[in-house]
Design a protein around this ligand. Structure first.
Ligand SMILES: Cc1cc2nc3c(=O)[nH]c(=O)nc-3n(C[C@H](O)[C@H](O)[C@H](O)COP(=O)(O)OP(=O)(O)OC[C@H]3O[C@@H](n4cnc5c(N)ncnc54)[C@H](O)[C@@H]3O)c2cc1C
Length: 465
């Protein structure tokens, strides 16, 4: 039997959050849309694995409540974001120091940063007087400065607070018009004390940008700090897959076809490995950068930051609450770690603890051993009896954003051929959703007053999701 031919107004290639979000916008506008996904599940890089009742993200997901697209993208309303404790917890010299942003709480519509508070050994907010927290199992050394190394003196902290306050209040377009340097150079050029840069900004930005060397464009670093200063770091309840699952559920039944790999595209059709040709009025390629360049020769392939995420469970939860913990001393491979089950209890079975840690750079065979040793220092407890639940390595996790970085790469290649994904914008969930917003807008503009002419038909053997 010859393969049948299917028709739709738009075929979207890839069911990551970019493709699903674009499909949601298109179907809402009355455009018949088919999303073809090579894998057997939707979500792309935002997958969540289930192991013994734990929900384990392949990505060490850090979202910000300040990401505009999380509020704007249709289909994501109702998404529950679980915030970390305010700011971050910095580990230095065997002690914990909280660097938290105080917000004006309603006095400013933008929720601008009021000041940076830093104090040595801060326990969880609201959990009593601010006394130093000795890291158990280690001799507590005398802090280098009363005001809380690694954030420097009170004057250093005031300067940092002022810089973040300014950034929180700066309109995005103005940030994008600033001269562009590698982030590490820009931080020094702005006259911030070296200890503030090394003790706070470098570990924070490494965690937010997945770039330990801070080669990322200073504009992207400013955007990341802007989101940090004007929102709260958070995790999606239930795991990273909550976003794509929620988007997929809001699409008309049968829109997404999984297990269908696209092998070539044109302005009027796509060819698939499994089901022949799909004819359509327009094609939107919403794959990762490398797959997009294979389908669209000539498209630039960026470099990538490799990322490893390690999940452990223990019966004795470390006493860091729901904080994101960073190592100001950079004494091991872990860039950031958290007792994730404290942030989002749905990720672990009742009474169990889930600790998730993120390592930047290439994977090494002994990564779990190195991570355990580092975690023992960071949390101040023995990790010898911790159980490893999963080690996920993604070689092409996050596209690099070295200067000059175009944050608004074209999404319309030709009338009828479009591209979106995190490689067209900032390399983040916000960037993937924003590129989808732009691409859907371009398609709708090109289609003009067009109303759907075609009815998508089911693919017999592909699984609809
Ligand atoms: C380890 C890790 C940590 C991260 N941490 C963060 C973070 O803390 N904060 C943040 O904001 N972002 C983070 N990110 C980035 C974020 O996950 C991505 O920016 C986002 O998921 C990209 O979505 P996308 O839809 O553009 O691409 P993808 O999720 O890659 O989706 C593309 C889809 O296209 C499909 N596909 C590919 N080729 C074909 C084909 N030929 N035919 C059909 N389908 C095809 C793929 O199977 C995939 O499902 C992280 C990523 C990783 C991997």
């Amino acid at each position: 039997m010859p393969e049948p031919t299917y028709q739709a107004d738009v075929v979207v290639v890839g069911a990551g959050i970019a493709g699903l979000s674009a499909a949601r916008r298109l179907t809402s506008a009355g455009v018949t849309t088919v999303v073809l996904e090579a894998a057997h599940e939707v979500g792309g890089r935002m997958a969540t694995e289930k192991v013994d009742g734990f929900r384990l993200d392949r990505v060490g997901r850090l979202l910000s409540t300040a990401y505009p697209e999380l509020r704007r993208a249709p289909g994501l309303d109702g998404l529950v974001l679980r915030p970390f404790d305010p700011g971050v917890l910095l580990h230095s010299d065997g002690r914990h120091h909280r660097a938290a942003a105080q917000q004006r709480g309603g006095r400013s519509a933008r929720g601008a940063l009021h000041a940076v508070r830093a104090f040595a050994g801060a326990p969880r907010p609201g959990s009593g007087p601010r006394r130093p927290v000795a890291v158990p199992g280690r001799q507590v050394s005398v802090p280098r400065s009363r005001s809380g190394a690694p954030l420097g003196t009170a004057v250093d902290q005031a300067r940092l607070g002022a810089a973040l306050t300014r950034l929180a209040g700066t309109p995005v377009e103005r940030m994008l018009a600033r001269p562009e340097l590698p982030a590490a150079e820009a931080l020094v050029a702005r006259g911030l004390p070296a200890r503030t840069v090394d003790g706070f900004l470098r570990p924070l930005l490494s965690a937010l940008l997945y770039d330990p060397d801070l080669t990322t464009s200073s504009r992207c670093a400013d955007l990341a700090l802007h989101a940090f200063a004007s929102g709260r770091l958070c995790l999606p309840e239930g795991g990273a897959e909550a976003l794509p699952q929620r988007l997929a559920r809001t699409l008309p039944p049968g829109t997404v076809r999984t297990g269908v790999r696209v092998t070539s595209v044109s302005t009027t059709s796509v060819t698939t490995a499994e089901h022949g040709e799909f004819r359509c009025g327009a094609v939107l390629v919403a794959t990762g950068a490398r797959a997009a360049a294979e389908l669209l020769p000539g498209l630039r392939v960026p470099g990538f930051h490799p990322v490893t995420v390690v999940h452990h469970t223990t019966d004795e939860p470390p006493a860091t609450g729901a904080s994101l913990l960073l190592d100001a001393d950079r004494g091991g491979p872990v860039a950031h770690t958290a007792v994730v089950s404290r942030v989002d209890p749905t990720r672990a079975p009742a009474g169990r603890t889930l600790v998730t840690s993120t390592v930047l750079g290439r994977a090494t065979p002994d990564v779990d051993t190195a991570v355990r040793m580092h975690l023992a220092r960071l949390y101040g407890v023995s990790t010898a009896r911790w159980e490893t639940l999963a080690v996920h390595h993604t070689a092409e996790a996050v596209p690099t954003m070295r200067p000059p970085h175009d944050l608004r790469r074209p999404v319309r290649l030709l009338a009828g051929l479009y591209v979106c994904g995190d490689h067209r914008d900032t390399a983040s969930v916000q960037g993937a959703l924003h590129s989808a917003h732009r691409a859907a807008g371009a398609i709708l503009t090109d289609l003009g007053g067009h109303r759907s002419l075609h009815t998508a038909e089911p693919v017999p053997t592909a699984r609809a999701a």
